[in-house]
Design a binder for this molecule. Structure first.
Ligand code: GLU
Length: 439
């Protein structure tokens, strides 16, 4: 296991690449030097070792992180990721994105993120519980309902959030549901949180694609990543009439030019943990005609809409030239590097950025936090009544900025977020006080 040391230098590749997105947006935003200086570094980064007693009696030490990037607009907010490749650099860049995502959605939150380097599939459920509780023991003084609020991310789920909330409550000796969102409903979770990222992405896609005169029935879609978010979004799109022709998971993908039967594929995946091109009637699934694809091939498919919904750094300088889709909606965090962005832009491909497209998750997390603090719980209808206008409003505002300044949607999203962040940072600043407003 490699153990990274905390750093606030921008020399690390992922964070440096993530923050390079600011450069372009800065041309259109009048943000003070002070505010910009603050946004260049994570506010606080915590690196912890978590000892876990394994089922066979041995002790294993796991490396965990929590980064609070910025909390100017409110407490830090962001998920916790369990993945073998988790590093401090990755968590810092994910926390950076959360800062901008919260600002894009005008949520009263800053940005944070956490992670533990492990392969969750290698641990028993009991080991996973001890690890999750051990993580909270290690970071309890660094988080809190008014300080930094956790949530699910890659390979973490409601059950794990429940353990984390319980452990925090044990440590603090008071029930503290608002320290974690994405909890089981019975522990104070919100209706609709589980499907919020997919639902939010669907609202963004349905708001923006009509600008290009696309008719769902004639629009082909390929989705990389058939996990919780990718699969739910595939189903919403198929229900709305879009032709979802390809999906993939980490093992590879399937393609059928007539469109795939998404509910059948989800049913098969739930039962067998793998994806196959099937059509199911009740419990009987039969294979339908299809082609098998690698993830690389899926990304290069000649479709109208491409949706990367897996890991970061999937479209890079190495494969950006092969992309044929006309519209890309980033459902994963950071699936396109900044170098690839430039290539896609020169090819006339529209990229709709993660900090808008996948923001439905954190938005319903905000609703969950509000419900926990008020003690009033909402129905699923009420959650959707609040989510839809928020996604549509911010998508339209970013579209308008991109038209006004003739920029990419990504740059427009950063302009939108920077306007809000800059104002908040300056409102807290003291420069005017010292300089009498002269510079
Ligand atoms: N992990 C999700 C994200 O990257 C959700 C974060 C949250 O709900 O706080 O947006």
């Amino acid at each position: 296991m490699t153990i990274a040391t905390p750093t606030n230098q921008l020399s690390l590749s992922l964070l440096a690449d993530a923050s390079s997105r600011l450069e372009e947006a800065l041309k259109y935003v009048s943000i003070s030097e002070d505010a910009l200086g603050r946004l260049k570094y994570p506010k606080a980064s915590l690196s912890v070792s978590i000892p876990v007693r394994m089922d066979n009696g041995s002790l294993r030490i796991f490396q965990g992180y929590r980064v609070r990037y910025d909390d100017t607009r409110g407490p830090g907010k962001g998920g916790v990721r369990y993945h073998p490749h988790v590093t401090l650099d990755e968590v810092q860049s994910l926390a950076f994105w959360m800062t901008f995502k919260s600002a894009v959605m005008n949520l009263p939150f800053g940005g944070a993120k956490g992670g533990i380097a492990l392969n969750p599939k290698e641990l028993s459920r009991q080991e996973l519980e001890r690890l999750s509780r051990g993580y909270i023991d290690a970071i309890a003084d660094f988080i809190g309902p008014d300080v930094d609020i956790l949530a699910p991310d890659m390979y973490t789920n409601a059950m794990i959030m429940g353990w984390m909330m319980d452990q925090y409550s044990i440590i603090k000796r008071k029930v503290s549901p608002a320290v974690v969102t994405g909890k089981p409903i019975m522990m104070g979770g919100s209706q609709g949180r589980n499907t919020a990222t997919a639902t939010g992405a669907f609202y963004v896609i349905s708001t923006l694609l009509p600008h290009f005169d696309l008719i769902p029935e004639q629009t082909t879609v390929a989705i990389q990543g058939f996990g919780k978010v990718g699969a739910a979004l595939a189903e919403l799109l198929a229900q709305a009439g879009y032709k979802v022709v390809a999906v993939s998971d980490s093992q590879g993908g399937i393609y059928c030019d007539r469109g795939l039967d998404i509910p059948s594929i989800r049913q098969y995946k739930n039962e067998s943990r793998s994806i196959k091109a099937v059509y199911c009637e009740d419990t009987v699934c039969s294979i339908v005609e299809h082609e098998v694809l690698t993830n690389e091939e899926l990304l290069a498919l000649d479709v109208d809409v491409l949706i990367p919904a897996a890991l970061e750094n999937q479209i890079t300088e190495a494969n950006a030239h092969d992309i044929s889709a006309k519209y890309i909606f980033e459902v994963a965090n950071g699936p396109i590097t900044s170098a690839a962005d430039r290539i896609l832009e020169s090819k006339g491909i529209y990229v709709f950025p993660d900090i808008l497209v996948n923001a439905g998750g954190v938005t319903v997390s905000y609703f969950e936090w509000v419900q926990n603090r008020s003690g009033m719980y909402w129905t699923l209808e009420e959650v959707h009544q609040h989510l839809k206008p928020k996604m549509v409003e911010e998508a339209k505002a970013i579209w308008k900025l991109s038209q006004e300044y003739d920029t990419s949607m990504r740059t427009a999203a950063y302009i939108h977020a920077l306007n809000r962040l800059g104002e908040a940072l300056d409102a807290k600043g003291t420069r005017d006080y010292y300089t009498n407003g002269k510079n």
